[in-house]
Design a protein around this ligand. Structure first.
Ligand code: GLN
Length: 441
């Protein structure tokens, strides 16, 4: 049924870069012969799952949305892929993304844009726009995305699905093509919080292949049903917030108060510096991570009359404009003489942002904010104004800088377009967060 759905609608949505229809059918047929016991042992048996195409797979190509990987096929599966297989899930294909996950609209993919299923003239958000659109258009019930500064939560918000970014280190990054290693985290995009929880349970856990994987992150019980103290950070409701989004988020907060939860106004004073810090740290790490694409080790190789010109031509032809911009920014921020001024200062701001959250979570259980200041914008609308595009990440990047878990859940439509709300929780309170949000969904 899902393959038929893909066939019917993906010509206009363009969420997928690759669909392994034969492989999916074969796995499904094999599972048809399973005993009830075998089925029970595989909590995701029969569930089709799409992967953002920066998660490597042995049986399908991986592009990261870039030309530079050429026809790259990974010699190994990412840990999350192994875990999905072990849980019985059927990996059905790979979804479109901004090149190397750098972007907020999926317009920076080398393979063309994905379109928002709610309005095909609008973006699905990004960078996990393909995964979001695939779930929103009911082509798959579950997709994985990656979130470095909001790339799961923002497209979830723009397309009316659930998007969960776990605590940094809860899900292995082994086999996730690195963008900014200290911020990247894989997570589920689903139709319901219950589904997000099931998928998170299957993919989380310590992995010795990822040195930043958390040993302490054992599966924890869901926690209480409240009433909770819910923090409302005043910095997240200021200027620049779309009135339609504000209205729906405020209605959500009123509903929470009516359910007996206590709303507490809080301050996260360093949030105003978050975009500046993020857009130094993420490009800095990216410039280092992307140095491996040299025309020798992976995929595409341009011709050159010597080694250096081969490197240069490969990177010039293989990378898109946004990636080049980030590499330039990052290299500059890390260079001698500027390191203290930019990178080190940004790291200090990062610490302050983490401390803001620690202080807030000593008085509240959860923090609730809009996921994004606006709703899905039109294709091309922000292409000439990158600062505006970057500013759209204002409510999501702080969770990555602090390493804490965050989830966006749909609040319904505001003037015809989906609106999401973001819930944030303390480090390692992933299960409690999912339980809480499920109770209010
Ligand atoms: N939009 C942000 C950026 O362009 C976040 C991307 C992400 O989370 N992968 O960097």
């Amino acid at each position: 049924a899902h393959l038929e759905r893909i066939q019917a609608v993906d010509g206009s949505v363009r969420a997928f870069l690759y669909v392994d229809a034969d492989g999916a059918r074969e796995t499904a047929r094999a599972q048809d012969r399973w005993t009830p016991k075998e089925r029970q042992e595989h909590p995701l048996s029969g569930v089709p799952v799409a992967l953002k195409d920066n998660i490597v797979t042995r049986t399908m190509p991986t592009t990261a949305g870039s030309k530079i990987l050429g026809r790259f096929i990974s010699p190994y599966d990412a840990t999350v892929v192994d875990k999905l297989h072990a849980a019985g899930a059927i990996v059905i294909g790979k979804t479109n993304l901004d090149e190397f996950a750098m972007g907020s609209s999926t317009e920076h993919s080398a393979f063309g844009s994905t379109f928002n299923p709610w309005d095909l003239t609008r973006v699905p958000g990004g960078s996990s726009g393909g995964s979001a659109a695939a779930v929103a258009a009911r082509m798959v019930p579950v997709a994985l995305g990656s979130d470095t500064g909001g790339s799961i939560r923002q497209p979830a918000s723009y397309t009316g699905v659930v998007g969960f970014k776990p605590t940094y280190g809860r899900v292995s990054r082994y086999g996730l093509i690195a963008f900014a290693s200290s911020l990247d985290q894989i997570g589920p995009m689903t139709r319901s919080v219950g589904d997000a929880r099931r998928v998170f349970e299957a993919i989380q856990g310590y992995d010795r292949q990822d040195s930043t994987s958390l040993q302490s992150g054992a599966w924890a019980p869901e926690g209480t049903s409240g009433p909770w103290r819910i923090g409302i950070p005043k910095e997240y409701f200021g200027e620049g917030l779309d009135p339609v989004v504000r209205q729906l988020v405020e209605a959500h907060l009123e509903g929470l108060a009516q359910q007996g939860h206590q709303l507490v106004e809080i301050s996260l004073p360093h949030s105003v510096y978050a975009i500046a810090a993020y857009y130094l740290i993420a490009p800095a790490e990216a410039s280092s991570n992307l140095s491996r694409y040299d025309g020798v080790r992976y995929g595409m190789r341009a011709s050159g009359h010597d080694l250096l010109s081969m490197y240069e031509t490969t990177r010039d032809e293989g990378f898109g404009d946004e990636v080049k911009r980030r590499v330039l920014l990052g290299t500059h921020a890390l260079s001698a003489g500027y390191y203290d001024q930019y990178y080190l200062t940004a790291q200090k701001v990062r610490t302050r942002i983490r401390e803001d959250f620690e202080r807030a979570f000593s008085i509240v259980d959860y923090i609730v904010t809009p996921t994004t200041p606006d709703r899905a914008f039109r294709l091309g609308e922000k292409s000439d104004d990158l600062i505006r595009m970057y500013l759209g990440d204002i409510y999501t990047v702080t969770a990555n800088l602090a390493g804490i878990p965050g989830i966006s859940i749909p609040l319904g439509l505001g003037e015809g377009l989906p609106v999401g709300v973001q819930w944030l929780a303390p480090t390692l309170a992933d299960e409690a967060l999912l339980g809480a949000v499920r109770a209010v969904e």
